[in-house]
Ligand binder design. Structure first.
Ligand SMILES: *Cc1c(COP(=O)(O)O)cnc(C)c1O
Length: 347
């Protein structure tokens, strides 16, 4: 079954908390860079190596350019990784509750896979990924995990990477900028680690489609070989310009993240007061459940108010809502509605 993206409604009064987009605009530098793109120049193909963006990212992470691969959103990068690294015939491992594109790619590329159950607290069980490694074809998980927001510690990640030295371990860091620790520091010691990042969430550029992978020079070369066998010009001129400008504006980036993080923490307090329970999310969303009001009912009631959150009708998580952190004003409206709704329902 193909992946089902969150819906993209377009109502002027809506509060959109369903696809983990950033509520703030991209850096002013990005807007300027886009204005500076000359439409006449679009008659030429873009740089197939995406050199300007690769250099900006290499510098940002303090890594050599040979260790950076860019693509059309991290979905494109992750799909290339599946195609390139997970073809050994042995099952790859990922959590049972996780980004729902992983099993879609595995099916598409006919890669066998095993879903490893999270524990009762929705945490990744490290031993599941370190035992019987000779029967494993590769490993992928997000950190923090989606849709739970739970972070796995660096010691656990290192153990998984170290005990699987002969296969690729991908850490999908789509949400890492919102307060979790990155595994980038492990890249110098482990050639089998690949860290994947996106500009869609923390850099407020979901509409631009930019993602990247960091890994060993060999791994990046294999990814480029796959890319050049598929589509050489993945990154268009506007994405290259916008992406570079975003990476170069660290001040705005940090300010925007601080705002999202403080609104997240405020929202957690308010949800707790209303009786919700949730894990301590390090992402830009909260995965919450109410003891006496079914998630599906809340989802529908919110929807009528044009407040969109994500509901997954799937085993283990069908009583949870994934709530993206919006602006403080949006979250105040959201909380006020819940307060009134729960009261009216006598909950
Ligand atoms: C959003 C998301 C992605 C994809 O992001 P794009 O760069 O927009 O394609 C990948 N992995 C996880 C875990 C995500 O939540």
């Amino acid at each position: 079954m193909p992946y089902t993206p969150g819906e993209q409604p377009n109502e002027p009064d809506m509060i959109k908390l369903n696809t983990n987009e950033n509520p703030y605009p991209p850096s002013p530098g990005v807007i300027e860079a886009l204005r500076a793109v000359r439409p006449e120049s679009l008659k030429l193909y873009p740089d197939p190596t995406a050199g300007s963006l690769v250099r900006a990212l290499a510098e940002y992470h303090g890594l050599d350019e040979s260790r950076v691969f860019v693509g059309v959103g991290s979905d494109d990068v992750l799909a290339m990784c599946f195609l390139t690294f997970f073809q050994g015939g042995k099952p790859i491992l990922f959590p049972d509750i996780t980004y729902s594109f992983y099993d879609v790619w595995a099916e598409l590329f006919q890669i066998p896979y095993k879903k490893m159950p999270l524990n009762e607290d929705f945490e990744i069980v490290t031993e599941d990924y370190t035992a019987q490694t000779e029967e494993t074809g590769g490993i992928i998980f997000p950190n923090p995990n989606a849709p739970t927001g739970i972070e796995l510690g660096q010691n656990e990640i290192e153990e998984i990477v170290r005990k699987n030295a002969d296969k690729i371990v991908i850490v999908d860091e789509a949400y890492v900028d919102f307060g979790a620790t990155s595994a980038v520091h492990l890249l110098d010691r482990y050639d089998n680690l690949i860290v994947v990042r996106t500009f869609s969430k923390s850099r407020a550029l979901a509409g631009m489609r930019i993602g990247y992978a960091l890994g060993s020079p060999d791994a990046i070369r294999y990814l480029n070989d796959a890319k050049y066998s598929f589509n050489s010009y993945t990154m268009d001129q506007t994405s290259l310009a916008a992406g570079k400008a975003s990476v170069e504006d660290e001040t705005y980036f940090r300010e925007m993240l601080d705002r999202v993080i403080s609104t997240r923490e405020w929202t957690k307090q308010e949800l707790r007061k209303l009786g919700f329970s949730f894990a301590d999310s390090k992402a830009n969303f909260i995965f919450a459940s109410h003891p006496s009001c079914p998630a599906k009912q809340l989802y529908e009631a919110l929807r009528e108010e044009h407040i969109y959150v994500r509901y997954f009708n799937k085993p283990r998580i069908d009583n949870y809502l994934r709530i993206t952190v919006g602006t403080r004003t949006e979250m105040e409206t959201f909380i006020k509605f819940l307060e009134k709704y729960l009261k009216d329902q006598r909950i």
